[in-house]
Design a protein around this ligand. Structure first.
Ligand code: PLP
Length: 375
C-alpha cells in the first residue's frame, strides 16, 4: 500500500526500511505490559522503543533508527532549553478487528509538522521520514497497540534544537523523535460534557505569532489561563482573538464548533492564530457529507452568548486527536454563565463523534481514504 502523499508510489515498507532497528535487550515483561495497557493514564506509560532521526546543517537528516526508549543526553547550552525552539505532533494508531494497525491521516500531521518547522526556523523533515519513523516504531512495538473499544496507541513526534550555543539564531543541529503511549478511552464511563472558561485577560496567540504552529511555547503560555479556568470550576479555557478580544478562537489544545438549532454548523475561520486541527478538518468533511451547512467565519463571543440564551445555538463541542470530540455543557466568563443543551451531549455532536471513531477503528468504510495501514 502506498503512502497517501501526492505523486508518491513509495510504500510503508520502503520508508520503514530506511530505519535501523536496534531492539532493546530488556523489553517490559509481557504481563507488566498487559497491565500497563489495561488501564493507562493518558501520557504516563511509554512503549519499549523510540524512533529517532538526527539533523545537522552540514549533513541534513541522518541516522534513522529505532532504539530503546530512554533519557536523552542534552547539553545544558542546548538552544531548546533557552529559546524554546521546539515543535510537536499528536496522532493515533488503531488496532482493527483483524489485528491490523492503522494511522489516521498521518500525511496531514506530516504536512503540519513541516509548516510548524518553517515557522520555528527548524529544518523541514520530509513527510516520508515522518511517516516512516511512526511506522517503524509501531511495527517494533506492535504488541503495545491496545485493542479495546476507543483504545489506541498515541504517537508523539517532536523536534527540538539541540545545538549547544547561546547565541540567538536558528540552531544548526536538531533531533526528531517519536515516542508512543497506549491510551484508553478518554472518557472512562461514557462521554461527559465539560465546562469551559472564556479567558478575558490572556490570549493564546496574536497576529503574526506562532498560533498556527504546533509548538511547545504556545502550550507554556496557556498554562496560567488554564489554571485560572480550573479555579473557576472549569476543565478548559477558551481564548478570544488578541486584537479585539471579541472573537472566539479555540481552546488551549482543541478547536471548537457551534451547532445551530437549524442544523447548520459554525467554526472559527483559520486566521493564522488558530491551529488547523486534523480532527477539525475531518469533522467539516463528515458534517458536509451528512448535509449540514458548515460555515467557517469570525464568530463573536457576544453572538454565541445571545444565541445560546435564545436557543438559536443548540450544541457546542471541542475537538482534537486526544479526546476526538468533547461536548461542551457550560460556557462561563467574568460576567456570564451559560448551560448548553441542558448540560448533556447533543445529538449532532454524538453522531459525528460516532462516525469519526467508527472510521478510525475500522467499524465503518474509510470512504475518504484517511487510514494508512502500518502493520
Ligand atoms: C493539536 C491542537 C489542536 C487539535 O489538532 P488535531 O490535529 O485535531 O489533534 C487544536 N488546537 C491546538 C492549539 C492544538 O495544539
Amino acid at each position: 500500500m502506498s503512502i497517501a502523499l501526492p505523486e508518491s508510489s513509495t510504500t510503508i515498507d520502503d520508508v520503514v526500511a530506511r530505519f535501523e532497528i536496534h531492539s532493546t535487550d530488556t523489553p517490559l515483561p509481557a504481563d507488566e505490559r498487559a497491565a500497563a495497557i489495561a488501564s493507562p493514564k493518558f501520557g504516563t506509560v511509554f512503549t519499549d522503543h523510540m524512533a529517532r532521526v538526527t539533523w545537522t546543517s552540514g549533513e541534513g537528516w541522518t541516522d534513522r533508527r529505532v532504539e530503546k526508549y530512554g533519557p536523552l543526553l542534552l547539553d545544558p547550552a542546548s538552544a531548546v532549553l533557552h529559546y524554546g525552539q521546539e515543535i510537536f505532533e499528536g496522532l493515533k494508531a488503531y488496532r482493527h478487528h483483524d489485528g491490523s494497525v492503522w494511522a489516521f491521516r498521518p500525511e496531514a500531521n506530516a504536512a503540519r509538522f513541516a509548516r510548524s518547522a518553517e515557522r520555528l526556523a527548524l529544518p523541514v523533515l520530509p513527510a516520508e521520514d515522518f511517516i516512516g519513523a511512526a511506522a517503524a516504531l509501531v511495527r517494533t512495538d506492535v504488541e503495545w497497540v491496545p485493542d479495546g473499544e476507543e483504545a489506541s496507541l498515541y504517537l508523539r513526534p517532536f523536534m527540538y534544537a539541540s545545538e549547544a550555543f547561546l547565541g540567538v539564531r536558528p540552531s544548526l543541529e536538531a533531533e526528531f523523535l517519536v515516542i508512543a503511549s497506549p491510551v484508553g478511552p478518554y472518557f472512562a464511563g461514557g462521554v461527559k460534557p465539560v465546562a469551559i472558561w472564556v479567558a478575558q485577560d490572556f490570549h493564546r496567540a496574536g497576529a503574526g505569532g506562532t498560533g498556527a504552529a504546533k509548538c511547545g511555547g504556545n502550550y507554556a503560555a496557556s498554562l496560567l489561563p488554564q489554571t485560572q479556568a480550573h479555579e473557576k470550576g472549569c476543565e478548559q479555557v477558551c481564548f478570544l482573538d488578541a486584537s479585539t478580544n471579541t472573537a472566539i478562537e479555540e481552546l488551549g489544545g482543541m478547536n471548537v464548533f457551534f451547532v445551530r438549532a437549524d442544523g447548520s454548523v459554525e467554526t472559527p475561520e483559520l486566521t493564522g492564530s488558530i491551529l488547523e486541527g486534523v480532527t477539525r478538518s475531518s469533522i467539516i468533511t463528515l458534517l458536509t457529507d451528512r448535509g449540514h451547512e458548515v460555515v467557517e467565519r469570525r464568530i463573536l463571543l457576544s453572538e454565541v452568548r445571545e444565541g445560546l440564551a435564545d436557543g438559536s445555538y443548540a450544541e457546542v463541542f471541542a475537538c482534537g486527536t486526544a479526546a476526538v470530540i468533547t461536548p461542551i455543557g457550560r460556557l462561563a466568563g467574568e460576567d456570564f454563565d451559560l448551560t448548553i443543551a441542558d448540560g448533556s451531549a447533543g445529538s449532532v455532536t454524538m453522531t459525528i463523534r460516532g462516525e469519526l471513531t467508527d472510521i478510525q477503528n475500522g467499524r465503518a468504510a474509510d470512504r475518504h481514504g484517511w487510514m494508512t495501514r502500518l502493520v
